[in-house]
Design a protein around this ligand. Sequence first.
Ligand code: 6R9
Length: 661
Amino acid sequence: MPEDKQSQGLENLLHEKRAFPPSPEFAAQANASADLYDTAATDRVAFWADQARELVTWKTPFTETLDWSGAPVARWFADGTLNAAYNAVDRHVAAGHGDRVAIHFEGEPGDTRTITYSDLLREVSRAANALAALGVEAGDRVVIYMPLLVESVVAMLACARIGAPHSVVFGGFSADALRSRIADADAKVVITADGGYRKGAASALKPAVDEAIAEREGQPATSVEHVLVVRRTGQDVDWAEGRDVWWHEAVEVADVEHTPVWVEAEHPLFILYTSGTTGKPKGILHTTGGYLTQAAYTHLNVFDLKPETDVYWCTADIGWVTGHTYVTYGPLLNGATQVIYEGTPDTPHKGRWWEIVEKYKVSILYTAPTAIRTCMKWGQEIPGGFDLSSLRLLGSVGEPINPEAWMWYRRVIGGDTAPVVDTWWQTETGAIMISPLPGVTAAKPGSAQTPLPGIAADVVDDEARPVPDGGGGYLVVTEPWPAMLRGIWGDLDRFKDTYWSRFRDVYFAGDGAKKDEDGDIWLLGRVDDVMNVSGHRLSTTEIESALVSHPMVAEAAVVGATDETTGQAVVAFVILRSEFAEGAVQDEVQETLRTHVSKEIGPIAKPRTILVVPELPKTRSGKIMRRLLRDVAENRAVGDATTLADSSVMTLIASGLAKPA
Ligand code: 6R9
């Protein structure tokens, strides 16, 4: 693997020897046991069939478990039929749990709603009827562009109920990003809100939808027939008569009875766009039966969920896969009581999350390393001011968690007793793949450790040979798994190229990894041009394209530089067009371009730093050597530059940066 990636985290990880075996009390009550590994190892496919029968309710039972004859597109449980919303909601009501709280909603301004499973059934049924009344049928795509509200979860489930794949676009994405996703998915309806509360103020969403579907010269007309708008903030909105419909008006008049549309197991459940190594986001396609099976199985075993007593909180937004699998589907499939919170962790004060944990007696918390590091930075007195004794299990996802953050999480948030599960997975894998099992695994700070029972993953070298314990290489998944992506929307070739061509017949995840002496897996970050900023995937190419779309910029190169809080930070190097270069002021250029990127992609993609340089380091074949730029961005001595077409470039860059611009 590229040496610059490998050096990133290896040094401190290799010295990490601490381990935390489960306490006997935890182990005695845990959902998972070591038997799971044995059962799965005996017959992996039969193991998944058992999980699918046990955890999912089928309208027509399946008789065939896995069909891999069309590899790399798998078919799981293909002759079974089911409905995702029925599994997430109806069956719990039918089993007598209608009065159990499904969702405790906490708005950023402090407003709250409590939704039981019976309430949820009514809301989802009405929303499904409302969507049907707008002409949405099974197979039609619906884009959801929302803050984190009860209606957002209801909207996803309503789509699932009628067999219309949803495509949630993170509310922080720009109108342009939304436009391209709507176009790629060819969506018929967009569900949005007037706005949401962020950092203490109402922030508008509807204008971005209006802009995204507005007619543009030279571009095809939008596929969107209706926009369904939730009233959240009450702010003024432009209204297109006949196209726009208020959610409350449509849903209020809709019938509370709705018969779910039974779909085949391989019917598309959702498309979720994620960054790849090129500028064009990939629409990752997930289907129904296998996805639900692995979502329920992992949520039950990795989080040790006890639906009667636990209060579960995953802090992810529904705009990311974590919000799909561990806010909407996993917890509801298992009949959990969960908290969802609309806002930011520091509004109106830095203890907001811990206040929420105390208020709802949250027992399982699932969040990202970047959030943990931010809380570390704010100081342990802040969580220390709240009663966190209800917490009994902590989860981490989104990027490698450094051992210090892991230790802090366990000690300060988990009272030194709560097991921490570091869960590795991706938008593409659909659900957790590598993680300790609480009550079974002796956890090591910083390591995701072991493929879950039923999952076959390994670390291989350049020739696809498994590395020995102690070795490093690339993470691969060697056998198909139920929640695996079924393709990239509309682009089977790209699916094959991206994941199945690097190594023969195994899934290439794009992550570097290492096996320690015990064979446990340590993730080392991406080996491709994908950055991970605060657990969000961003593509270097996508940001570079945004930068060069500004008239001032001739060329741009973007790297992810190590950042104490966000894991990586976006650092951009730009060459200005000559007419702008003369007299350019570094700070002004930086501000203009940061704003530009924010408009093109969204605020999360805004570079932390933009440096104006006279040249970019390139190989003879014209590839930008980002490794060298990363050295500059991280204030290191610049590494081996011998493959550069022009070796003086780095000196030129360094000398330019030394001068105050
Ligand atoms: C679920 C999610 C996937 C990429 C993945 C990897 C990184 C996620 C991780 C982790 C180390 C973990 N990643 N979990 N790296 N340890 N526990 O985050 O999906 O947004 O698609 O990102 O995130 O690099 O390849 P997604």
